[in-house]
Design a protein around this ligand. Structure first.
Ligand code: GRF
Length: 226
């Protein structure tokens, strides 16, 4: 039996098992997913530490949350740089200074370009508020789900590739869509699951249990690394 592999490079194990994965979180907004990671890390409930937080917006509440937790922050507004490449180079320098091992997009709005993707190959994950591939590549996934009349929605944590919201899926969690849901009630139900799903994906990656095979992942029962 042949095992499925990526055409270019075969199975990829993103990281060796570790007790303290160094996370760099990128966020453009209120930062509740960041807060969940900060709280779990402080309580020793994830084998990870948030070591850097960056945003493209100076007014992101996520920055305030990072300050309160004494995590280094930096802001890289697109308008401050002559090109997206220059903006991403500054962001990469900040992440490298803080020895970030895994980049977590937690409500980060800009689409990453090749400069960033190539600097952290298979080391960038994103949380999206739908069961991908449904309702991807939008900032209104919950409203779109309601409009479409789906009976189940949820969230997805996936690796980031050049295909927006199309990279290998690591974790999904489902929620029911209720008859009287509004965009706000559905978003809140999904958000509660996001706060579980992102830590769950980080635990799996830190344990060395996630193997990327082409455009899917395989979750091993034990790490491949010794
Ligand atoms: C979440 O719904 C996430 O799925 C999406 O952006 C939102 C960020 O929320 N990508 P928060 O800033 O973490 O509260």
């Amino acid at each position: 039996m042949t095992s499925p592999t990526s055409i270019l490079e075969g199975p990829v194990i993103p990281l060796a098992p570790t007790d303290c994965l160094r996370l760099g979180v990128l966020a453009s907004g209120r930062g509740t997913n960041l807060q969940a990671l900060l709280d779990l890390a402080a309580a020793g409930q994830i084998p990870a530490q948030v070591v850097a937080v960056a945003s493209n917006r100076r007014d992101a509440m996520a920055l305030e949350r990072a300050h309160r937790a004494n995590v280094p922050t930096a802001v890289f507004p697109r308008a401050d740089y002559p090109s997206r490449v220059a903006q991403e180079e500054a962001l990469i320098a900040f992440l490298r200074e803080n020895r970030v091992e895994l980049v977590v997009l937690a409500g980060y709005v800009p689409v990453l370009g090749p400069t960033m993707l190539e600097s952290f190959p298979n080391r960038i994950i994103n949380i999206h508020p739908s069961l991908l591939p449904a309702f991807g590549n939008t900032l209104h996934a919950q409203a779109d789900a309601l409009r479409h009349g789906v009976k189940i929605s949820g969230c997805t944590v996936h690796f980031v590739t050049s295909q927006v919201d199309g990279g290998p899926i690591i974790v999904q969690r489902a929620v029911p869509v209720l008859e009287d849901d509004t965009e706000e009630t559905l978003a809140a139900r999904i958000l509660a699951e996001e706060h579980q799903a992102l830590p769950e994906a980080i635990r799996l990656i830190a344990a060395g249990r996630v193997v990327i095979e082409g455009n899917r992942t395989r979750i091993r029962s034990a790490p491949l690394h010794s």
